[in-house]
Design a protein. Structure first.
Length: 376
């Protein structure tokens, strides 16, 4: 039986932040169990979302709607929850949807990517930086991961401190970073720049031309997420491909205006910002139909990243983002896989498909249970 019998919500308190500018904070553990004993636990977290509020919404609003439902009615449940999106938010809806897909894969005895329609079992991964104070720090990081076998690196430039603390960082810091990173790795690595919504149009145009001269692969989110007109102008004046739509509101239903306006070369998303695996597959297929690129954003937590790995195997995304949130000068992917017993398999800069049924992950329950501070 795949009827939902129990929905459990617990709060795990992470003990320490991963890097300056981040918080330890709470991660909600959502566990859905069916009458037949199938069970999925996923993490509920996302940029700008409140863990306590998410837990309350899941307990008070979502749980009563799930009990007794067929867990395999994924599209029906997603549509019902999406009608409540303004109240629930995409992070909550995305977690429920991911858990249900996990259960479907377990029921079928297949890895989730096979249920979604596999096209491959491995894909190139790129290291995605956190914020650093100095251009030299990014160059050292890129060189380190090149030595680890990665063939692509993306930096979040120093001007992002404008949006994190209101610091007046000049565009020159980003230009210096882009140049030093290219100098550090030569032509051996594919490089990208991700400047989330930080530039004026004039700055975006100037920096885009710098990236073109340095042969960067794509230019990500330089303007505010609602500035479709600005992106259309920018794309008209630059040769480097523009990757926008990461933070657009409206889940899968917002992309039509971006496509018809010619405002981006790629569509982009993740299970938290867009509301789950169900809408993410809709976005990927929309991009494919219009012959646009499709790229996955970091999943905000370990189970979100596992879900993204399965989507990567079933879609035409060219890379998989591995966000490294580490103090400057230290390297690793602790935050990326926090809470997993075994991390995602990345060898020689390539992500390999999870092999177990459903999401196929095993959680580090001793770690997670040691940090449980509340149940709802």
């Amino acid at each position: 039986m795949t009827r939902i019998a129990q929905v459990r919500i617990r709060m795990h308190e992470r003990r320490k932040p991963a890097a300056p500018g981040t918080t330890g904070g709470g991660i909600v553990l959502l566990t859905i169990t069916t009458e037949g004993g199938l069970e999925s636990t996923v993490f509920v977290s996302g940029a700008g979302s409140n863990a306590e509020a998410n837990a309350r919404l899941l307990a008070d609003v979502v749980r009563p709607q799930l009990i007794g439902e067929d867990a395999l009615g994924i599209q029906r449940i997603w549509e019902r929850l999406w009608r409540q999106q303004q109240a629930l938010g995409t992070v909550v809806i995305g977690a429920v949807d991911t858990a249900l897909w996990d259960i479907a894969g377990q029921q079928a005895g297949l890895p989730l990517h096979q249920l979604l329609g596999s096209r491959r079992t491995e894909v190139a991964a790129y290291v995605s930086s956190w914020l650093h104070e100095h251009p030299e720090d990014y160059a050292a990081e890129a060189a380190h991961y090149r030595e680890q076998g990665f063939t692509a690196y993306k930096f979040h430039p120093p001007t992002q401190f404008r949006n994190r603390g209101g610091r007046d960082v000049p565009l020159a810091a980003d230009v210096a970073t882009a140049r030093l990173v290219r100098e550090a790795v030569g032509d051996e690595m594919t490089l990208m720049s991700d400047s989330p919504n930080v530039y004026s149009y004039e700055e975006a145009l100037r920096f885009g031309r710098e990236l073109e001269a340095l042969d960067y692969h794509w230019y990500e989110d330089p303007l505010p997420a609602d500035d479709i007109f600005g992106y259309t102008r920018l794309r008209r004046h630059l040769r480097i491909p523009i990757l926008a739509t990461e933070m657009t509101a409206g889940g899968p239903f917002n992309y039509a205006q971006w496509i018809t306006s010619g405002a981006t070369d790629y569509l982009r998303g993740d299970v938290a910002f867009k509301g789950g695996i169900t809408p993410l597959m809709k976005i990927a297929h929309t991009a494919e139909v219009f012959r646009l690129g499709f790229e996955l954003h970091d999943g905000f937590n370990a189970t979100g990243n596992v879900a993204g790995a399965h989507v990567a195997m079933a879609t035409h995304t060219s890379y998989f983002e591995v966000l490294t949130i580490q103090p400057t000068g230290t390297y690793g992917f602790e935050s990326f896989g926090y809470g997993l017993e075994t991390p995602l398999k990345i060898v020689g800069g390539r992500l390999h498909a999870p092999e177990g049924p459903g999401l196929g992950h095993k959680l580090d329950w001793p770690l997670l249970e040691s940090g449980i501070v509340a149940e709802y």
